[in-house]
Design a protein around this ligand. Structure first.
Ligand SMILES: C[S@@+](CC[C@H](N)C(=O)[O-])C[C@H]1O[C@@H](n2cnc3c(N)ncnc32)[C@H](O)[C@@H]1O
Length: 482
């Protein structure tokens, strides 16, 4: 037998109470102390909310339409806990006070006592048989049904994919670049991934009308049903875990740009792939492509030197791809990229440096924070003015005043005719449920009108327009300096 955790004391060590405590008074229990029992006082056919109760009295809310005074005698007062009525008899009013407009009456029981031990025993049994249910909330049946269905689907898929995996050679599953692997990915994309993405979007639509007070329970519902499946994917797990302490670090971005089908087994890879195909992840790639296209057009059409600034650049995927695609630069190109994460810069440097050197593009890598840029509008002045400044996946984290302040400072760094491109996800993002319930990835979503408003406030004299990427959920506002 293991020893009890608390110290067992001798009779000689036991002390009674001190001071006024030596006068015994029955202990008062608040109604919440007796939860999950539902407690009330019944009087003259009314049910009154119980505040507290002891062996010899109770306090409760007095009905608004009845009069009461100290000293009144109340016949047939009953105290009820669920279906159990341990006290029914006479009581006398000892106090009347008002709390927030409600009369609270204190009564002492006459003649009989309330067997409080019985009530405590009942509470213990009910509490022991009723586990806490943080997922319980009335209604939202469609949402609950869709989430439960997805769970059943994933349970079955896990078994089926494990069976398929047993028949696959290692290199098809884990190796790169074979036709069989491409066929496997296509099969998974057209079946499992299509089903899962569709289901996540239906769930997202179902959760849109849920009042905020009910959301924690529904997050719990989602987690209980699905989290264990989603977390098998290394990319989804990293999104949720946030090992650097913030969402969307450069390793997460790498999963989205470079590694769609990662995981220790086929099911985990399939989950990764379904995250990769969500609209939000597609939007990340499309917005990167939009910046690439804009930059490409500028490079192709200009003969004068071009200066570019990438804000919070992460892995700078757009620049790596663009410079890989361009064999020769028609005019000098200078790029300043900055990020607060040295690891992101190191990764960008490793990939960009050889291609940029080969094309004689000059890249300046700055380990800087936007925080400094907000304090010092001239932080980048010595490198500018810039023909193009762009920010992807960053304004979605900024409060309105910060967003306006940053946009203003960026516009201040533009050359005449230069453009700032600022991306922000819109509230319609159908991957929102997946991101919020399972990854705790919360963005500050903005409508196109709100994006334009930021531009107007930051640069009232500039020209503004919305640019759309292919997913339709991650537009840019373009600020063009006249
Ligand atoms: C979601 S990622 C986007 C990266 C890149 N723009 C892209 O779209 O691939 C956000 C990036 O912002 C960077 N970041 C976050 N806060 C920052 C700050 N205060 N100053 C500079 N960079 C920051 C992070 O380190 C991360 O690389």
């Amino acid at each position: 037998m293991t020893a009890p955790l608390h110290r067992v004391r001798n009779y000689e060590d036991l002390e009674g109470p001190q001071g006024r405590e030596v006068f015994f008074r029955p202990h008062r229990y608040r109604a919440t102390d007796l939860s999950p029992l539902y407690a009330e006082v019944q009087l003259l056919g009314r049910s009154c909310a119980l505040l507290d109760v002891s062996q010899n009295g109770a306090a409760f809310e007095w009905p608004k339409d009845l009069r009461v005074s100290v000293g009144d005698r109340l016949d047939n007062l009953a105290v009820r806990f669920d279906d159990h009525v341990p006290f029914k008899g006479e009581a006398r009013v000892g106090s009347v006070r008002e709390v927030s407009g409600v009369a609270i009456v204190g009564v002492s029981f006459e003649g009989l006592l309330l067997p409080i031990d019985e009530v405590l025993d009942l509470r213990a049994i009910k509490a022991g048989t009723q586990p806490p249910a943080p997922w319980r909330v009335p209604g939202h049946d469609h949402f609950k049904m869709l989430v439960s269905e997805l769970r059943l689907y994933l349970e079955d898929a896990e078994k089926q994919l494990a069976k398929l995996e047993r028949d696959l050679p290692w290199h098809v599953l884990h190796g790169e670049g074979s036709p069989a692997r491409a066929a496997l990915m296509e099969k998974v994309r057209n079946t499992f991934v299509a089903d899962v993405v569709k289901a996540t979007e239906e769930i997202d639509a179902a959760v849109r009308s849920v009042p905020p007070a009910h959301m924690p329970a529904l997050v719990n519902w989602s987690r209980r049903h699905l989290h264990e499946f989603f977390m098998q994917s290394p990319s989804v797990h990293r999104c949720w875990q946030k090992p650097f302490g913030y969402p969307g670090d450069y390793e997460v971005m790498r999963f989205i740009y470079e590694k769609p089908f990662e995981g220790p087994n086929l099911f985990a890879k399939a989950i990764s792939y379904s995250f990769d195909q969500t609209r939000a992840a597609c939007a990340v790639r499309h917005r990167k492509d939009l910046v690439k296209r804009q930059l490409r057009e500028m490079i192709d059409s200009r003969r004068a030197p071009l200066k570019v600034l990438a804000v919070a650049c992460g892995p700078a995927q757009e620049l790596v791809e663009l410079l890989q695609e361009i064999r020769e630069l028609p005019a000098p190109l200078e790029i300043v990229i900055f990020d607060q994460d040295k690891g992101a810069l190191a990764y960008a440097y490793r990939r960009l440096k050889p291609i940029a050197d080969a094309r004689k593009a000059r890249v300046v890598y700055l380990h800087e924070s936007v925080k400094r840029l907000l304090r010092d509008a001239d932080l980048f002045t010595s490198f500018g003015p810039f023909d193009l400044i762009y920010s992807n996946g960053f304004f979605d984290y900024l409060r309105q005043s910060t967003a306006v302040g940053l946009a203003r400072n960026l516009e201040g760094q533009l050359a005449a005719g230069g453009r700032a491109l600022i991306a922000n996800m819109v509230p319609e993002n159908p991957s929102r449920w997946y991101m919020e319930h399972h990854m705790e990835w919360h963005l500050i979503y903005r409508s196109r009108a709100e994006l334009l408003e930021i531009a107007r406030r930051a640069a009232p004299c500039a020209r503004h327009q919305i640019l759309e990427e292919e997913s339709g959920v991650n537009p840019f506002v373009e600020i063009r300096r006249e």
